[in-house]
Design a binder for this molecule. Structure first.
Ligand SMILES: C[S@@+](CC[C@H](N)C(=O)[O-])C[C@H]1O[C@@H](n2cnc3c(N)ncnc32)[C@H](O)[C@@H]1O
Length: 287
């Protein structure tokens, strides 16, 4: 259990044994199917497994381990659970307000802008930024690279088709974030769904990128990786943060989720705080 030693401190014997079962399950998933969740946060993995065990009426993690060796359907359900795809438009409005009021004025002096959404999920975060940049007359000179490890989520992001309730549910977020129009202006309704406007997709490329195994991309001015690091253990978080540091241009911005922190002192040499409350950081030219 070396790789997850941080998860084994202060545990009862029962919890320790359960962690061993988890470790064995994640190792089986990696060895048999090549999906690497070995450095994900155990508490979150355990929560997802408990829910799946209830639904499928399975008694133990060891039993799941045995079943998924031959049951590919169950295997896919289990790994889809691990990729928690919860998201919304203009999630954490105060964050988007800070991007609009504090980051955008700086971006306005750039001739072109490159942005990476790592762990973009089903795309709501990407369309939120596209709308914001369009309203600030910056979208035409921007290119957004939107990536995720989950191919199904990425396909939904690419299509930009959502249940019609999305606009009503997130209209308040949009206005609170400083939105200037009606959110419905950015989509058309079609048979109970909304389709995001073609104009918004023009400068976005979607592709597969795994933060556990893939390397840095491009010279980005801004990187969003929100509500993803929270599912990683420190080892994987450290890896992802280095990838982001390498992918940013001089003084580039890095944005984490509302409940996420960089790795404390360890990252002070790499990033300076730009907006602590909204988890916006800026690259330092560090060793
Ligand atoms: C909770 S969603 C966050 C979506 C969006 N960033 C937001 O904040 O609303 C977490 C996303 O991280 C993705 N993810 C999980 N592990 C990943 C990895 N190793 N590499 C890239 N993306 C990953 C999941 O597939 C999921 O889409």
């Amino acid at each position: 259990m070396k790789a997850n030693a941080e998860n084994t401190q202060f545990l009862s014997e029962e919890e320790f044994n359960e962690n061993l079962e988890l470790w064995a399950l994640l190792e089986v998933i990696y060895q048999k199917y090549g999906y690497d969740f070995r450095n994900y946060n155990y508490s979150s993995i355990r929560r997802q497994l408990k829910r799946r065990m209830e639904v499928e009426k399975i008694d133990s993690i060891s039993q799941i381990q045995h079943l998924i060796l031959n049951d590919k359907k169950l295997f896919h359900k289990v790994i889809s659970d691990f990729y928690i795809n919860v998201t919304e438009l203009f999630r954490d409005p105060a964050f988007f307000k800070s991007i609009r009021n504090r980051v955008v004025p700086l971006l306005k002096s750039y001739p072109s802008i490159k942005i990476w959404h790592a762990g973009c999920g089903t795309g709501q975060e990407v369309y939120s930024l596209a709308i914001l940049l369009q309203e600030e007359n910056l979208f035409e000179r921007t290119h957004i690279y939107a990536t995720d490890v989950n191919g199904e989520a990425l396909q939904k992001a690419r299509e930009g088709i959502y249940p019609v309730g999305l606009i009503k549910e997130n209209a308040h977020n949009y206005l609170e974030s400083g939105g200037m129009e009606s959110l419905s202006k950015y989509c058309t309704v079609n048979y109970g769904n909304v389709i995001m406007n073609g104009e918004l997709r023009k400068h976005i490329s979607y592709f597969d990128h795994n933060l556990a195994t893939d390397s840095s991309i491009g010279e980005m001015n801004l990187i969003f990786c929100r509500n993803v690091l929270i599912y990683f253990n420190n080892e994987l978080k450290r890896r992802a943060v280095s990838v982001f540091w390498e992918s940013l241009c001089h003084k580039g911005f890095f944005c984490a989720g509302a409940n996420e922190r960089l790795l404390g002192e360890e990252n002070e040499a790499m990033f300076e705080v730009f907006d602590e409350k909204n988890k916006i950081y800026r690259k330092r030219e560090a060793a």
